[in-house]
Write a protein that binds this ligand. Sequence first.
Ligand code: NCD
Ligand code: ZN
Ligand code: ZN
Ligand code: ZN
Length: 433
Amino acid sequence: MERITNIVNAKVWLKGEIIDAGISISGDKIAKIGKESNLLKAEKVFDVGGRIVLPGFIDVHTHLRDFKLSYKEDFLSGTSAAVAGGFTLVLDMPNNKPPTTNSSVIKARIEKAKKNIYCDVGFYATPKSPEHVRELISAGCIAIKIYMAKSLDGEKYSTKKEIYDLIKETSSLGIMLSIHAEDLRMIKRFNDSPSAYLHAKTHPIKAEENAISIALEAAKKAHGKINICHVSTLGGLIMIKKAKKEGVDVTCEATPHHSILTNKVFEKFGRVAIVEPPLRSKKHTEAILKGILDEDVDILATDHAPHTLEEKERAHPGFPGLETALPVFFTLVKDGLLPLDKIINAFTIKPAKRFSLTHAGEICAGKVANFTIIDLKSEGKIDQSKFFSKAKFSPFNGMVTKARVYATFIRGKEVFLNGEIVSEKGVGKVITW
Ligand code: NCD
Ligand code: ZN
Ligand code: ZN
Ligand code: ZN
């Protein structure tokens, strides 16, 4: 007999609505949802004090690093940040040292992760060429990722033909292909450290628009499916919307930073705010926010990209995002700028469906007992010094928040509670295709 835990005194997100209910957990699975009087007889009762229990949040775009990049982040610190931020499943990006471009690296990442993760993790991989996709899948990757503007290990996917050939392969095998869309020919890289202004100027709007257009044409021609990472431009979003209307099987992600931070923050945060694609003007953040509202943005993702502060001074792009995403988005909900259901869906059911994460995405009997429990009545401030991530900086630092993550359940156990990690490491599982 599996051990039973009941979650009581809860408001539960069930089929798109908040209802007063309790949840019985058996082992690592959801056994029953219903009136408290109808729950199973439990060894343990967890009273959530009237807070909202959501399906475990999924981040399809996390850079966990580890191995030779452990000085930036490792599986333990990265998944600590994940559960502290309310995420129960993260998909790890392949631009690592060594890069996740062959089966032995995937296997090594899986082996090391198993013992060191606080939440569920899946691994992206980048094939050296399309015929390698199959072996990456056999080695256990969960999805495929390509960078149109850079190469991790000698591979090249920048032209329509190169991307078309890859889409043919990934789509015939059914696995999702995520694309960082920036056109190599339109961006400039520096040896010395550009300012945030100069960095943004040399990663122009046209570089994203052009790359998205190439990717969409390739997907259309291949009759295949793709996901565009971190869309940051009005024009890019319009093209994706148009392609969907024409029947192209495309989805896109947006990040919290591209939704509300403009290039105005460069003044205050300097190189900390450097990210790829860069922060843009208000016209674009407004378009992304409206895109979330209209569901033209399908998936929300953090692009958690930890670096050291010294690297940030050398203009390395990206910043941590796992611990700021939920407080930021739920504050927008409280401010009446976004409806609750759009945020929840874009972090749960939609990524689960798109990436075939069948065990996750909703609260129903039989699914894994991963929950994100939020407090919509808690005022606070983003404090980068409190991050569990090794990267203790953020362009959201100091922002006033009106919501917080109260607790995170991984596979039936509370792992994060009221500001602290309360479980042993290794509670999360590695998810494979
Ligand atoms: C990412 C990183 O640091 O790995 N940086 C970023 O600015 N987004 C790489 C990426 O996602 O392009
Ligand atoms: Zn990217
Ligand atoms: Zn990049
Ligand atoms: Zn990224």
